[in-house]
Design a protein around this ligand. Structure first.
Ligand code: BEZ
Length: 222
C-alpha cells in the first residue's frame, strides 16, 4: 500500500492480511503525543501494537509493564506506538488514571482510530467478529519500514514485555550478520550459523547434524 491512511477516513478499508516482509502501511493520525505519521519513524525500529479497549484490566497491566520498560526499548533504538478505537480523550483519561494509580507515565503515543481504518489495514480487527475492538496485535517494524515479525493474542491474554524485548533483540542480532536465533535465545548466548546448502558438505560432515547445526559466537550485542 503506497497511499497514506488517515485515521478519520471512511470506514471502507479492506481487511488486510499483512505478512512478514510487507511494507508497513503508512498512516497519519492523532495520538496522545500529537499527530503521528508512521513514515516519520524510518531509520529506527518501531513496535506498533493494538489493544482492545482503554480502561480494561489486561490492557492496563500491559501499558503499565511497557511504560516501566520504556528505557529498555529506547536503549534498543525502538519506539513504541499503541492504537485502539477509543477516542483521544479516553486515552488521556486512561493515562491519567494509570499515572495516579500505578505511578508511571505512559509517554509513548497512543493513536485514536475511530473508524478502524488503520486497524483494518493492519488486520488488527478479527474479520468475523461482531465486536469492532482490535485484538492484541504487535508489529515489529524495522528501520526500513518493513514488517519483520508479528504476534496476535486474544483480548483475554496479555503480552509479555520480556518476550517483546527478546524478539527485538533477536531481530537486531540476525541483522548484524548471517546468523539465526535458536529457541529461547537471549543476548549473549550462542547463535546458529546459516546452514550450507551443498550435498558435498552434507556427505563430508563428521556428525550427521554438523552440516546444518552449527553454533556461532555472534549475537552478544547487548
Ligand atoms: C482487558 O484488557 O482486560 C480486556 C479487553 C477487552 C475484552 C476483555 C478484556
Amino acid at each position: 500500500m503506497t497511499e497514506i491512511i488517515k485515521a478519520d477516513a471512511e470506514r471502507d478499508a479492506p481487511c488486510a492480511g499483512l505478512r512478514i516482509g510487507d511494507a508497513a502501511p503508512d498512516f497519519s493520525a492523532r495520538s496522545t503525543t500529537g499527530n503521528v505519521c508512521l513514515s516519520d519513524y524510518r531509520g529506527r525500529w518501531l513496535i506498533l501494537f493494538s489493544h482492545p479497549a482503554d480502561f480494561t484490566p489486561v490492557c492496563t497491566t500491559e501499558f503499565v509493564a511497557l511504560a516501566r520498560s520504556a528505557d529498555k526499548f529506547e536503549k534498543r533504538d525502538c519506539a513504541l506506538m499503541a492504537l485502539s478505537i477509543d477516542s483521544l480523550f479516553s486515552h488521556f483519561a486512561w493515562l491519567r488514571m494509570i499515572r495516579d494509580r500505578y505511578d508511571i507515565e505512559v509517554r509513548f503515543p497512543i493513536v485514536e482510530d475511530p473508524t478502524l481504518v488503520i486497524g483494518r489495514a493492519y488486520g488488527m480487527v478479527a474479520p468475523h467478529d461482531n465486536d469492532s475492538a482490535t485484538v492484541r496485535t504487535t508489529f515489529f517494524i524495522d528501520p526500513q519500514g518493513v514488517v519483520r515479525a508479528m504476534t496476535c493474542y486474544p483480548a483475554s491474554v496479555g503480552r509479555s514485555t520480556p518476550e517483546m524485548l527478546r524478539t527485538l533483540d533477536a531481530l537486531q542480532a540476525v541483522d548484524d550478520g548471517p546468523v539465526l536465533a535458536p529457541a529461547n535465545w537471549t543476548p549473549g548466548e550462542a547463535m546458529l550459523a546459516q546452514p550450507d546448502a551443498s550435498l558435498d558438505t552434507v556427505f563430508a560432515a563428521k556428525e550427521p547434524t554438523d552440516w546444518f547445526m552449527k553454533e556461532t559466537k555472534r549475537g552478544s550485542r547487548r
